[in-house]
Ligand binder design. Structure first.
Ligand SMILES: C=CC1=C(C)c2cc3[nH]c(cc4nc(cc5[nH]c(cc1n2)c(C)c5CCC(=O)O)C(CCC(=O)O)=C4C)c(C)c3C=C
Ligand SMILES: [Fe+2]
Ligand SMILES: [Fe+2]
Length: 347
């Protein structure tokens, strides 16, 4: 045993010859949905295969779902989705916007919340939850708080992160203690952050929107009927944000975007709402997407590109997609509040 090992063994009060034990640390792991590694059909196919195989996302019996997934969806969708990713890909760092902003959120949170190890992972794709939990543990994290970056709880997202976290620690002989942060759809700092980013963005425009659609990612209606509280969380965030901004429900209607598959999803659909407002003579429209903590394909392509086109074709004249919270100071301060509250007694 070298002199270093002997002195660290003394500091840790471990017996002579015992392997060195790193000082106990607390970690915070931010987790978002995930994204392909490149905007090419092969990478998109790998990502969609993992994503759409999760029973939390599609809960149909495997005997029914897997033939559809492997026979149709994974043959048809990757090429079209890859073309959409290519439109929004961040060339300078060669990654998707979701990955870029999630990493930036973790870096900024690390700078403001000293004394904890902050890391980030993706539920599907890379870096995986298991790989980052392994790395945090190897670095001495005995206590880890996981923050799913979904303000509104859904079994499809929040619970799916918990599944992956516990699947990963299931394989560890010496597990870290784990805490899962709850949803934060009604956290005052979250609603204030949405309001601040919105006000800042509206000031940069040369028009005043006649309507602001509050657009959230959708879900099959059946999941709501089975008890998923997501719709209620979206409704509450919307009510609180309207209150803060002085908006009426007519001025700022709720809608659900990104429908996938044939089942009935939560309504009204964002694309239909955009079309309908255009037909009714609304000329200036804004869309805010409070459920997305970071800009991604669903906000930058589906809304800012495709939604804009839909509105213009329906007679609209001016359109804006309000940026997501991303790594704004308000978003980081909210994440820090949640991280400090949920690590109480640990740090
Ligand atoms: C049955 C399918 C899907 C459910 C249920 C679903 C729920 C859900 N998703 C998000 C957040 C995001 N989804 C994103 C992309 C995306 N979502 C689906 C399908 C379902 N989502 C697909 C097939 C895709 C990939 C893109 C495509 O092929 O159209 C993203 C963006 C990822 C990125 O890299 O940019 C996010 C974020 C939530 C919050 C949610 C339930 C509440
Ligand atoms: Fe999705
Ligand atoms: Fe989409």
């Amino acid at each position: 045993m070298g002199a270093d090992a002997a002195s660290s063994s003394k500091a840790n009060h471990t017996p002579e010859g015992h392997p060195a034990i790193p000082a106990a640390k607390t970690g915070v792991l931010l987790v978002n949905l995930g994204t392909p590694d490149t905007p090419e059909a092969g990478a998109v196919r790998r990502y969609l295969r993992e994503f759409l195989s999760d029973e939390r996302i599609v809960d149909l019996p495997r005997a029914i779902w897997l033939p559809v997934l492997y026979g149709i969806i994974l043959n048809v969708r990757p090429a079209a989705t890859a073309r959409n990713y290519a439109k929004i890909w961040r060339q300078e760092s060669n990654e998707s916007p979701l990955r870029y902003y999630t990493r930036e959120q973790a870096e900024k949170l690390a700078a403001s919340f000293e004394g904890v190890n902050v890391d980030w992972a993706m539920r599907y794709g890379n870096p995986s939850i298991a790989s980052r939990l392994d790395a945090m543990k190897a670095d001495g994290c005995e206590r880890i708080l996981v923050i799913p970056l979904y303000p509104q709880y859904s079994a499809t997202t929040t619970a799916s992160v918990a599944d992956a976290v516990f699947d990963a620690v299931k394989k560890m002989r010496w597990q870290p203690a784990i805490r899962m942060a709850p949803a934060f759809h009604d956290h005052p700092a979250y609603v204030e952050a949405l309001a601040a980013v919105t006000r800042r963005h509206l000031e940069t425009l040369d028009f005043a929107p006649e309507r602001v659609i509050l657009s959230y990612h959708g879900l099959p209606q059946r999941y709501f009927d089975l008890g998923d509280p997501y719709h209620c969380h979206c409704a509450k965030t919307s009510r609180l944000l309207r209150g803060k901004m002085g908006w009426t429900e007519e001025f700022a209607p709720l809608a659900f975007q990104s429908k996938f598959g044939r089942e009935k999803w939560l309504e009204p659909a964002t694309d239909e709402t955009i079309k309908e407002l255009g037909r009714q003579g609304v000329k200036k429209l804004a869309v805010i997407m409070p459920g997305f903590m970071a800009d991604c394909i669903e906000t930058l392509e589906e809304i800012d590109i495709a939604g804009r086109e839909t509105f213009m074709e329906a007679g609209g004249e001016a359109f804006t997609a309000i940026p997501c919270l991303n790594a704004t100071p308000e978003a980081i301060s909210m994440l820090e509040m949640i991280a400090r509250r949920e690590t109480a007694g640990w740090v």
